[in-house]
Design a binder for this molecule. Structure first.
Ligand code: SAM
Length: 305
């Protein structure tokens, strides 16, 4: 059993969203912050200091000189902050290029609907499991949070016929869309990832984009399992395999034009250290353990006659 607090009822996988929210809350404390996320702290407060991830996060701050790979927050370093900023920039560029529909698959405690400057007419759909959506909506309501776009939060299990429900919620498949699947792929089986990608593709008008990241199972298993489990969650139960091939191959096989973006390059660009768990110079690290990906959809490939 994981040691989830009793004040919030969520499946174990949804507690992983707290880890990302904790990192985003702390990023705003830095003078060189890559973004600020003022609402993130409210989610942390709402679950209390004993929740999975929160204890590990506070421990990381207290033990600044300890082995970086012993704590998930020091091991992953600035990974979540870099990923957040990279996707913020991608969304800003897409909006500047005229995209007016965004879908956050497994949105977790993401608050981009509130903290980014969106153009008029932008619709942003957030999908996640029902208990997570309910917790998030309660906290946002308690703080009278007002989105900067037309935000639609919907409860779906991404393994189960979500595309019809998304259309019912107002999604327009004739409009180009930006899809984000951030911190998600490794929590789904290869079969579930493929079914999800098939649905995304079927709903994507030409000009749509998909951005994601992939974390290899090695990062949370084997000798790194105790680090992952110090979050208070059991990662051997949570991690289901991801796309089953390199994520770029997975996207390209379905007709998307994919581009990989090295986490280390993103770190260098922002003057941040490479996350220790990905840094080949750190003994025990997992080289190439994670990657950011962007992909474009230009319609079905036509085969020459
Ligand atoms: C690590 S969190 C990432 C959340 C968010 N994208 C972020 O980066 O902050 C993983 C999220 O995936 C969601 N999730 C996992 N499996 C899911 C499923 N089958 N259907 C919908 N959401 C799922 C969890 O509830 C959780 O919010």
């Amino acid at each position: 059993m994981s040691d989830t607090p009793s004040n919030v009822d969520m499946p174990e996988v949804s507690w992983t969203a707290l880890g990302a929210a904790w990192t985003r809350a702390r990023e705003g404390d830095r003078p060189d912050a890559l973004f600020t996320d003022p609402l993130a702290a409210h989610f942390i407060t709402a679950v209390g200091g004993e929740a999975p991830y929160i204890k590990a996060g506070e421990q990381a701050r207290a033990d600044a000189d300890a082995d970086p790979l012993a704590n998930p927050f020091t091991a992953m370093g600035d990974y979540v902050a870099l990923r957040t900023r990279w996707l913020d920039d991608l969304l800003r560029d897409a909006a500047a290029d005229g995209i007016r529909q965004v879908v956050l698959l497994a949105a977790g405690l993401d608050t981009r609907a509130y903290r980014l400057d969106w153009p008029a007419g932008l619709r942003l759909f957030e999908l996640d499991l029902p208990e997570l959506v309910s917790f998030k909506e309660n906290v946002l309501r308690a703080h009278d949070a007002r989105p900067a776009c037309d935000r639609i939060a919907v409860s779906f299990d991404l393994r189960d016929g979500w595309s019809t429900a998304l259309r019912t919620a107002g999604f327009d498949p004739t409009r180009p869309t930006v899809w984000l699947a951030e911190g998600l792929l490794h929590y789904l089986t290869p079969e579930d990832n493929q079914a999800m990608l098939d649905d995304i593709t079927a709903l994507s008008a030409p000009g749509s984009q998909l951005a994601t990241d992939h974390i290899e199972a090695d990062m949370m298993g084997g000798s790194h399992a105790p680090t992952a489990d110090s979050t208070g969650l059991k990662y051997d139960r949570l991690v289901k395999g991801g796309p089953g091939t390199t994520p770029a191959t997975w996207l390209e096989r379905s007709g998307w034009q994919a581009e990989e973006h090295a986490v280390a390059d993103c770190a260098v660009r922002h003057g941040r250290p490479i996350p220790p768990l990905l840094d080949p110079d750190v003994p025990g690290s997992v080289k190439d353990g994670a990657v950011f990906l962007s992909a474009r959809w230009n319609g079905p490939r036509t085969t020459a006659a």
